[in-house]
Write a protein that binds this ligand. Structure first.
Ligand SMILES: [Zn+2]
Ligand SMILES: [Zn+2]
Length: 413
């Protein structure tokens, strides 16, 4: 699919004009990437296994940062470590052209690995169950391949090896605060998808992940005897009102096409059957696939909770924690992804549904348009595992596909 700047949606017309029209088909530098992959495919596997065996938690990715830095240096690339001491930003290519950023996350999860792989995690209670070892490897491979093709790059490139995707607030905010998006026209990223077969890249225009905020409601009443609710504020009754009332009223105040859903995860109050308790608590999440709705959710939740609880006389404290915005893929960036993927063959391109999960890549999209795609890592046989499972693993053939995809975006730009 070929999309020129003129065919872009109006919202992106301005940013589109900063990039040349896309040129699908052969692109200078592709043979250099091919040659690099022919020589270094084994390196990709080795790097991934090294990072996999040595996982590091969010904002503690010191050894991973050093590992990436050493290879960048060997390739003759200068880089900067982010102020927190983990994560890397590295520029290459022309400085007088538009600049494309490619982003990988580097952190592991606080969970024990149970894959039984010979290169399993050597860090007790820490593992790469979200595939960020693969993301780091793919971006490092893309960096080294593009470094060989530096003379022919049609655009400038910024590599962002980001710390701390798995926690809130996420490391994307650290990277943005350190200036990682200054001078960037577009940004791209891949995330492993264990439900998609290796060789395929899943893509969609619009929201690909969701916003996820946390609601905590603490209720407070004088308490009293259950025979005399009229002399106090019935806290358990008030909780019942909010449990059903908030999700219900949200679904009537928000456009259902935005995939907005509020679900309580924990509720507690009281002990005795004949005593009205003095305190209670509810916590849950509100998710939405729509950026404009995300902006409105906090005041709307406050308005509804106030309205529901006012007649009960129960006092409350509402702690609303905003999470990440949804990742909303812009059409031109999706077309640039498509160009790169289709160069591998039409069968490489797949659709992907919007996920209810959150991803802090969205913070970069507050600064510049871009897109995230799903990298197929399922071998095509056996069980399809999920991310964040202790037995999660990837088909390592996906590493080469990932490098081709990211380098192709740059070379076709
Ligand atoms: Zn994850
Ligand atoms: Zn992840």
């Amino acid at each position: 699919m070929s999309v020129s700047g003129q065919q872009a949606g109006t919202a992106d017309a301005e940013s589109a004009s900063t990039l040349p029209a896309l040129t699908p088909g052969p692109a200078a530098g592709l043979e250099i990437v091919d040659a690099w992959l022919a020589e270094h495919a084994d390196d990709l596997v080795r790097w991934r296994r090294h990072i996999h065996a040595n996982p590091e938690l969010s904002r503690a990715e010191f050894a991973t940062t050093e590992f990436v830095g050493e290879w960048l240096t060997k390739a003759g690339l200068d880089y900067e470590v982010l102020p927190g001491g983990t994560g890397i930003v590295c520029d290459l290519g022309p400085t007088d052209r538009p600049r494309i950023a490619l982003r990988a996350d580097m952190d592991a999860l606080p969970m024990q690995e149970f894959t039984g792989l010979p290169f399993s995690s050597t860090a007790p209670g820490v593992s790469h169950a979200c595939g960020h070892d693969a993301h780091t490897t793919v971006l490092l491979g893309a960096a080294l391949a593009l470094a060989e093709a530096e003379e022919t790059l049609p655009v400038g490139v910024r590599l962002i090896f980001q710390p701390a995707e798995e926690v809130m607030p996420g490391g994307a905010l650290d990277a943005v605060a350190a200036g990682a998006m200054v001078g960037v026209d577009r940004i791209f990223a891949l995330h492993c998808d264990p439900r998609l077969e290796v060789g395929k890249i899943g893509l969609r225009t619009g929201a690909i992940t969701s916003a996820a905020d946390t609601v905590e409601l603490i209720l407070d009443s004088p308490g009293g005897h259950t025979s005399r609710p009229h002399l106090t504020s019935d806290l358990v009754y008030a909780i019942g009102t909010v449990i059903t009332g908030l999700p219900g009223l949200l679904s009537r105040r928000v456009d259902p096409r935005t995939s907005t859903v509020m679900v309580w995860g924990a509720v507690s109050a009281g002990k005795a059957p004949n005593a009205i308790p003095q305190t209670g608590m509810l916590t849950g999440t509100v998710r939405t696939g729509d950026h404009a709705t995300w902006e409105l959710l906090e005041p709307l939740v406050r308005e509804i909770v106030e309205g529901l609880l006012a007649p009960t006389g129960v006092r409350f404290q509402l702690n609303y924690k905003r999470g990440v915005p949804p990742v909303v893929n812009d059409p031109i960036s999706v077309a640039m992804f498509e160009n790169s993927i289709l160069a591998m063959g039409p069968e490489a391109l797949a659709d992907t549904p919007q996920s209810g999960g959150g991803e802090d890549f969205s913070w970069y999209l507050e600064e510049a348009p871009g897109a995230m795609a799903r990298l197929g890592v399922w071998s095509g046989e056996g069980e399809q595992l999920d991310l964040h499972q202790p037995t999660f693993d990837i088909d390592e053939r996906a590493l080469e596909v990932g490098v081709r995809t990211l380098t192709g975006i740059v070379l076709h730009a």
